[in-house]
Design a binder for this molecule. Structure first.
Ligand SMILES: C[S@@+](CC[C@H](N)C(=O)[O-])C[C@H]1O[C@@H](n2cnc3c(N)ncnc32)[C@H](O)[C@@H]1O
Ligand SMILES: [Zn+2]
Length: 294
């Protein structure tokens, strides 16, 4: 957890500045300690991860439970093996687009929304501009600890902070980040998609950019039907995020006046037993939404 990032933060309870209690540090990074506030709020940093006590998702992405049976490294290998090649290729293309954007824009502060197993993190941390600070967020402290360990070994010089928190209540001041990223992160937030996007908008600087990678299918497809069946009445509030029109609408509703949709690539889905969608045989696209506040 980098001190420079704590300067951008505010107490989620009362909006005050934090006080830092450092126990173990390495150069600019706090490895263990606390951040606290006069209102009584106190949150712990262990193994470099700041923990706001958020609970993992139920039924999906419950990383602590999943990794009781299998290690993160094995899980990565399994997902790589079981995900159809055309899907992996489009994901890679989207990662390259984002990595190139970072190289060009050289942002001071980046936040990644719902970092998960760090597919995007792995790509962008290899080549972060020296001045850039990156913040990774996720509900799961377990997944962030694994991400930090992996990336520290590969790129010890990258200035990355890890915060376990719910993205619907980011502990940051308004207008803090030059670049906000999401790589299939927001899309996985289900009922929290809209509040999550509103927070994203709030913490983005006026002149900043939000890049959000998401999968899209057609409304008349088997994939859309599967989502309807799976989520029932509840799903009405979020499943349209998988349609191009819905994707744009959600961003506009979240307060982004400028929203552009770029199709990274499209293909026909292969067999994939790990993901609910896209269903085998369906058309699908990997989209990148570029949203701006001004
Ligand atoms: C499919 S992963 C995202 C992939 C990831 N961005 C990558 O590059 O590998 C979805 C993640 O969203 C996280 N998540 C879901 N709802 C969240 C929320 N409200 N706040 C923060 N993280 C959330 C889950 O814990 C999970 O790790
Ligand atoms: Zn407070």
């Amino acid at each position: 957890m980098y001190r420079k990032i704590i300067e951008l933060m505010e107490c989620p309870k009362c909006k005050n500045k934090f006080k830092i209690e450092e126990k173990e540090t390495f150069k600019e990074e706090i490895i263990s300690g606390y951040i606290g506030c006069d209102c009584g709020g106190k949150w712990e940093i262990t193994e470099g991860v700041l923990d706001f006590g958020s609970e993992e998702q139920k039924g999906v992405n419950n990383w602590s439970e999943i990794t009781r049976e299998i290690t993160f490294a094995e899980l990565d290998r399994l997902i790589m093996k079981k995900t159809p090649q055309n899907q992996l290729q489009l994901q890679e293309k989207a990662k390259v687009f984002i990595a190139d954007f970072i190289k060009e824009a050289k942002p001071d502060f980046i936040i990644d929304i719902a970092t998960g197993r760090g597919m995007l993190l792995d790509k962008i941390s290899s080549d972060l501009p020296p001045k850039t600070y990156l913040v990774c967020t996720d509900l799961s402290k377990t997944v962030l600890k694994a991400d930090r360990e992996k990336i520290k070994k590969k790129h010890p010089e990258a200035k990355i902070s890890y915060i376990a928190c719910d993205v619907t209540g980011l502990p940051f001041k308004d207008n803090s980040f030059d670049l906000v990223l999401s790589f299939f992160g927001v899309a996985n937030m289900r009922a929290s998609i809209l509040p999550g996007l509103k927070e994203t908008q709030r913490v983005l600087k006026g002149e900043g950019t939000f890049l959000n990678v998401s999968i899209v299918v057609k409304e008349e497809s088997q994939s859309y039907k599967v989502l309807q069946e799976n989520f029932g009445e509840k799903g009405k509030h979020f499943i349209d995020f998988v349609l191009c029109t819905g994707l744009l609408d959600f961003h506009k509703k979240s307060g982004f006046p400028r929203v552009d949709l770029k199709m990274i690539g499209e293909s026909t889905a292969g067999k994939n037993e790990l993901d609910l969608i896209p269903v085998e045989g369906d058309w699908f696209g990997v989209c990148l939404v570029q949203a701006n506040k001004e």
